[in-house]
Structures are given as structure tokens and as C-alpha cells.
Design a binder for this molecule. Structure first.
Ligand code: ADP
Ligand code: MG
Length: 376
């Protein structure tokens, strides 16, 4: 039965002779039971360590982990009814695919007839029925990874942990396996925690995303909220492709009220968030998708440098007069050449504003209030 996973100030330190390295830094959060939750962040941010602590393969230096009401911090991996699929595929080379998938069940003493039934069911879900009597060496990388998923699936775990299971596969196989993994989640009564460094995977697959930054929790939210309401510049940059443009600005006071003043634009902003910040440096974030080639309220002029075609859309990599890098995405950039000057526009409702430490001051919708005067 699926169980929620609770972290209470979970910390993992690795000590060497001279230093203490904090791999996971006082993580407190609850993963809802039966959810598909993704743990994402750059390499080295503590994803695998977090997953291994859930599995019981690693003991926290301090803090508690509970599955529902049950404190599992001191429990062995066997006691937790967790299954884990690792980044590097670990199949037994001298066993057939069927034997590989059924190995865990065999050790648990599940009779052969019952085992075969479970294996056949898993193989059908993962579309590897034809491969069951083959040896692992005869399979492609994608098929081998399906076998590893099958071994986890047949154990009917309460918690299924997947550590970058697709990182070695090509893009097409990845896309296929993404669908298989979601199908497995639908068929299993399990809480799934999926680790990836690929934000696109995290954003497309999960009910919610845990974004880690050097072992600390940066944001834990559904994908849409991470995209629209990042808590920091770190989140805004990590989530979404191309990355959010970050432009430096100053908070100024004018006759009409407060403005975010940058070399290319002055955006009127409400006193509520900015009255006590006059003179401060802030960072304005705008997603490349929200920079338009059409007329808009605010203008941003850039010089195009590199243009990439992305399906029906074009990504323009350019820079402003003062040398800030700016990316813009639109289907309308098909005729843009390197060196072209583009008059882009944007709306205040699509901006993010960050303070000088990178924490969010407010999001676009907070900037556009009814009685706010616009600069003439
Ligand atoms: P990720 O999976 O996000 O790439 P890891 O959880 O593997 O990150 O590692 C987090 C940090 O902890 C890294 O800096 C890594 O070098 C360190 N680390 C992980 N395992 C060990 C270990 N057994 N001994 C020492 N340091 C470790
Ligand atoms: Mg890892």
C-alpha cells in the first residue's frame, strides 16, 4: 500500500580527515502517498543521497524519516518495502530476463507459478514479453532498463525509487520509457520518487517537484507553480528552456511612483513591494517565451547573435546594448539573421523580480494592479 514519506530535518554529512561535507542539509518535507514526485537539481546537489536514505541504504547523520506514522530511520532496507532502480543497470548476466525479473521474488520464497504470473504481467506492461527468455547481453540498453524496472515492479513496493533510470538512453527511448514509467505508477499502489537532473523530465512527469540546491530544499511545488511562481532566481533559471533571462535593474522613485529602471526599460511597480527598496539593485527575470516580436507595453532591444530552430519555433540568442545576454523564443523569428536588431516587447505581468540575494520579491501578477499608473 502506498505510504507518504516524511522528512524531518534530515541531514547527511560525509566526513573526511580534514573536512565535513554536507550532502543533504536539514531537509523537511512530506511526499504525499501515491504521488509521483521528482527530485531534481544539478549533479552533486544530493539527489542520490536523499533517495538512498529513503531506501535505507544510507543512514541520516541527524533527523528522522517516516513512512506514514511509522518511523523508518533505523529500519533496514528489507523492512521498508521499497524498491529502487539505479542509474547504472544492474542485471545478472548469467540469468535470463525472466530469472532476473523474478530473482527478488525467488529469494522471498514466492512459488514459481505465482512468480511467473507476476513476471508475465510486468513484462506485458513494459512491452518486453518477447525478451523474457533472452539473456541480458542480447538486449538493447532501453530493454535492459525495462527489465530493471520490471524487477522493481513485481515486488509490489509501497515506495518505488528511481535514480536517473534513463540517463544513459537516447532521446527517443527516453520519451518511450517516460510513458512506461508513468504506466507503472498507475498500475502500482506505490509512492514513486524519481530522480533526474533533467528539468524537462521533472516538469513533464510529476505531480510535484523537489528542487535541491547544494543539499538544501530550494522549492517543493507542482510543475506549473515552479514555472510561474519560482521562489528564487535559482529556480527561475533551472526550470524552463531556454533559461529565464536575468536583467539587472535599480529601484527608483519617480513622480509617477516607483519604477524598476534598467538600460532598456522602466517598469512601473507598486509601492507595496518597492517603497522600502529605493536605490536597491534587483534582478528582473523574464522567460524567453514571454519576449514578443509584436508591440507590447515595454520594449527591449537586442542584437541577434545565434538563431536555432526548435520544431516550429526559433530561439534567438542575443544581447542588449549593455551586453546582457537575452534569449527569446517565438515562431515569428524565422527570418532573423545573426546581427539583426530586434525590438522585442514584454508585459509586466510576465516578470519575476528578485532581490540582490536572488530571493523573489514578487511575481508579475503582483506588479500589475488596477490603480498603478504606467509611465507615459
Ligand atoms: P546527486 O545525486 O545529486 O548528483 P549525490 O547525492 O550523489 O548527488 O552527492 C551529493 C554530494 O555528496 C556530492 O558532493 C558528493 O560528492 C557527496 N557524496 C556522495 N556520496 C558520498 C560518499 N559516500 N562519501 C563522500 N561524499 C559523498
Ligand atoms: Mg545521483
Amino acid at each position: 500500500m502506498a505510504r507518504p514519506i516524511h522528512f524531518d530535518t534530515v541531514r547527511k554529512e560525509y566526513k573526511t580527515a580534514s573536512t565535513v561535507h554536507v550532502a543533504v542539509d536539514d531537509l523537511t518535507l512530506s511526499i504525499p502517498e501515491g504521488s509521483f514526485t521528482t527530485l531534481v537539481g544539478p549533479s552533486g546537489c544530493g539527489k542520490t543521497t536523499t533517495l538512498r536514505m529513503i531506501a535505507g541504504l544510507e543512514t541520516p547523520s541527524s533527523g528522522r524519516i517516516a513512512f506514514g506514522d511509522e518511523d523508518v530511520t533505523e529500519q533496514s532496507p528489507q523492512e521498508r518495502n521499497c524498491a529502487m532502480v539505479f542509474q547504472s543497470i544492474a542485471l545478472y548476466p548469467h540469468m535470463t530476463v525472466r530469472e532476473n525479473i523474478g530473482y527478488g521474488l525467488k529469494i522471498q520464497g514466492v512459488p514459481k507459478a505465482e512468480r511467473d504470473e507476476l513476471i508475465d504481467e510486468a513484462a506485458a506492461t513494459l512491452q518486453i514479453t518477447e525478451q523474457l527468455e533472452k539473456m541480458p547481453a542480447e538486449l538493447s540498453g532501453g530493454q535492459q532498463q525495462r527489465v530493471a524496472l520490471g524487477s522493481a515492479f513485481v515486488q509490489d513496493p509501497d515506495v518505488l525509487l528511481l535514480d536517473e533510470p534513463m540517463s544513459d538512453l537516447d532521446a527517443k527511448l527516453k520519451a518511450e520509457l517516460r510513458v512506461e514509467v508513468q504506466r507503472l505508477h498507475q498500475e502500482l499502489d506505490a509512492t514513486v520518487v524519481y530522480v533526474t537532473h533533467d528539468q524537462t523530465e521533472a516538469m513533464t512527469m510529476s505531480d510535484q517537484v523537489i528542487l535541491l540546491n547544494e543539499g538544501r530544499l530550494e522549492q517543493f511545488a507542482p510543475p506549473g507553480e515552479l514555472f510561474d511562481r519560482p521562489v528564487s532566481a535559482y529556480v527561475a533559471e533551472f526550470i524552463g528552456t531556454p533559461s529565464t533571462n536575468l536583467l539587472s535593474a535599480t529601484v527608483d522613485e519617480s513622480e509617477d511612483g516607483y519604477v524598476l529602471s534598467a538600460p532598456g526599460f522602466d517598469v512601473a511597480v507598486p509601492a507595496e513591494h518597492f517603497a522600502d527598496r529605493v536605490g536597491e539593485r534587483v534582478t528582473v527575470g523574464i522567460r524567453p517565451q514571454y519576449l514578443s516580436a509584436d508591440d507590447g507595453t515595454y520594449g527591449l532591444d537586442i542584437t541577434a547573435e545565434v538563431i536555432e530552430q526548435l520544431g516550429t519555433e526559433f530561439v534567438v540568442h542575443g544581447y542588449t546594448d549593455d551586453g546582457s545576454a537575452v534569449d527569446a523564443v517565438s515562431a515569428a523569428f524565422g527570418n532573423v539573421d545573426p546581427g539583426d536588431e530586434l525590438d522585442l516587447s514584454f508585459e509586466a505581468r510576465d516578470l519575476f523580480v528578485f532581490d540582490d540575494t536572488g530571493q523573489t520579491i514578487c511575481h508579475g501578477p503582483d506588479l500589475v494592479r488596477e490603480n498603478l499608473s504606467q509611465p507615459s
